[in-house]
Design a protein around this ligand. Sequence first.
Ligand code: HEM
Length: 492
Amino acid sequence: MAIATKMMTCRMMSMSPGMPSSSPPTQSPPPTSLPLRTIPGSYGWPLLGPISDRLDYFWFQGPDTFFKKRIDKYKSTVFRTNVPPAFPFFVGVNPNVVAVLDTKSFAHLFDMDIVEKKNILVGEYMPSVKFTGNIRTCAYLDTSEPQHIKLKNFAMDILKRSSKVWLTELVGSLDTMWDSIESDVCEKGSGGYLIPLQQAMFRFLVKSLAGADPSNSPEIAEGGYAMLDKWLALQLLPTVKIGILQPLEEIFLHSFAYPFFLVSGDYNKLYEFIKNEGKELLSHAETEFGLNQEETIHNVLFVLGFNAFGGFSVFLPGLISRIASDTTLQEKLRNEVRQNAGSGLSFESVMKMPLVQSVVYETLRLSPPVPLQFARARKDFRLSSHDSVFDIKEGELLCGYQPLVMRDPEVFDEPESFKADRFMGEEGSELLNYLYWSNGPQTGSPSESNKQCAAKDYVTLTASMIVAYSLKRYDTITGNSTSITALEKAVK
Ligand code: HEM
């Protein structure tokens, strides 16, 4: 097949789905004989260029069309443009970027020898550090900063320690979630799942990652998830298209940064909750990682609230909606689950469910939860796309928009279609080299020397477990992007 031949020229590894490789393909592509091209595109007139691009991005075109139109205009997946936020109130935020929009050019973002990631988690604009107790948390640190080594290892250690209770806490929270949706479906004919899902993920993540039990604090148990939602929203609003009536969105949501004091009360409650209920974790962080109480709590809240809760809150509704709205797919998944589940579900049994895992990967491919990724050139270097090579200067900001990169026709057949079995079999496993949702390939391994998501494998296994668990509990689940409209319980 053409795709297989094409892939031979790229970094390639034969992997079992979900298993990390021993040597991650996080190097930029090797030098090629492709033609050297000046990076097309321009930043436009000062002030006017950034504001016109901002209006296109948020209002007239939307992010997908914004990037697609420029690919067509410049006949290149690499070009210069501005990305918001910008003028008038984001003084000192330089909106100029080099967009990298195919799998090959995007892969340079993972090569920590040539790019750095200091303070650019959401782009050149960085939300105030007041949101994180005046400290720069792990995700804002570059790999060259000694504190990144400490905090990344701490994050990976939290996950390792939590793996003892991960499954029980997940299943307990899913039970509560489905009980609540089920009773709504019985009483009202349908049940919204967005809030029950967030409540379940909040409880599960707080208990497993921080070892803190929300039921010891009624206020946190009741409203902790909403506190995180508000805290996240205020940090991210200037960078996200919401889709409400324009020009209101431009005036009120994208023109200035919201101040921390609007959520400081809630944040302080979450801080006190971790301080009181997560004592074992705090003392472990101090003895094993030399982290003081304050930096531990702010980092735990960031990992828990921003990375984990934020990531799952964006990813899972799309996954549930996909399954609940496709009865044919659901039947195939259910058969696989029931054949492999045995007496009870475990992560081992889920790893024997290639279709379930492939559906999780395909959802991540078509709807990557973190759409934009950034990296700054550490030095001058040559960047390759599929057809050209470009000179990048030290200090330039690269911006990858994953939803387009993950539809790269050079790598993915019928890139716009949802193909449930895309990542199955040998060819499917090879495609995992090009699945980048975690800021690295799915065959890579997070480490202190890269910026790949610490929970790369936990996320995909947890999502697979949610699918398997739900289809073990129900014979059919019917619904849409917000609600479940019918449930048929499995006969035990
Ligand atoms: C669906 C859920 C998740 C998604 C989509 C997600 C996605 C990502 C992405 C894209 C990055 C890289 C950001 C960048 O630098 O551009 C990242 C980093 C990170 N993620 Fe996740 N993540 C998820 C869940 C989690 C969970 C459960 C944890 C729990 C420990 C976690 C911990 C981290 C950490 C610590 C980093 C920073 C890595 C570093 O600084 O080297 N993530 N995540």
